[in-house]
Design a protein around this ligand. Sequence first.
Ligand code: AOF
Ligand code: ZN
Length: 374
Amino acid sequence: MTELNPQYFDHQMMHRALMLARRGLMTTRPNPAVGCVITLGTEVVGEGWHHQAGEPHAEVHALRAAGQKVRGATAYVTLEPCSHIGRTPPCCDALIEAGVKRVVVAMQDPNPRVSGNGIQRLKAAGISVDVGVLQLAAESLNPGFISRMTRQRPWVTLKMATSLDAKTALSDGRSQWITSSDSRSDVQFFRAQADAILSGAATILADDPKLTVRVDQWPKSRPLPEPLKQPVRIIIDSQHRVNDEARVFDSPAPVWLVRTTPGKPSCHPHCHELIIAADPNGKVSLPALMVELANREINQLWTECGANLAGALIQQQLCDRLMIYSSGQLLGHHGRSVIDMNEPLNLASAPRFKIIDRRQVGPDQRLVAVPHTQ
Ligand code: AOF
Ligand code: ZN
């Protein structure tokens, strides 16, 4: 029999726990997606993942599956086991009571109610704890949760659909459709991972979008999330231009209208007004909005908006990921620009993103870029 390399085994098991965690990516919000594997010797005796906020955490599912085989076992968890009483009791106590001997953790929980306490409690109970196995992979699973906990703001993606010459509409505003149905279907997968979709009144008036996750457009290659949770639709409407007939109200999912002053109450019960401070230009202060969204437990914000709001997000350094769907069409120099922002004083001061992924989506290409940090 070949000798077991303990480090390789730890990686393998944590990888398995991460795969389990992924199953909750579209359903656990506002909680993070977390996976857990329990082993006894080299045998996997239990596994689980967190399904939905309010339901048991990953460790509890895995402990239940392991049954009696948990004494002296090792638990691999993608996030530090919690130490607080939230919607459910602390997982570190459940692991201690079950008689687990070792716990391997991918990353510390950034939630200030936990942040190291879970690890301390396990150690104090005589359990051997290793932290940091596949940490980067674990962090990349929950960027929104980490952002809300550590920066008090959501993790913001700006999605754009452009022609090959980087235009987003004809000069008169016509834009349906520039990218293919494959791209629009791909977008559904990302909308479903977001807690909320942000747009502006200009987009609502011009395109009258629903901004929902559409089952009929769901990509065939991906399983439909169960349950399918519709994101909150957040519309910046400083000038009170969105009216009750907009199609965004057709779905029962909440709509939050963001304004600097109260407006006429909507006839839709699922419509709420968020009053946010104005910036010096009289527009909704985007940093203040982000703080409010974090307070309202928005982890991931998916933005589909016009050039003005896109430019403001970029100039105020509130964009954590750009996702650009580029078609093969050419719209010419009269076409509308995708981002409206002040011209940089020089090339060195231009906002810069680093392109980290480019892939084919039907006849289009999808480009992913993140802020370039030196
Ligand atoms: C874990 N395992 O599977 C998850 C954890 O309100 P509750 O009880 O659901 O607690 C939510 C918090 O617990 C969440 O903010 C995060 O700090 C942690 N999530 N912890 O031990 C899990 N999902
Ligand atoms: Zn827990």
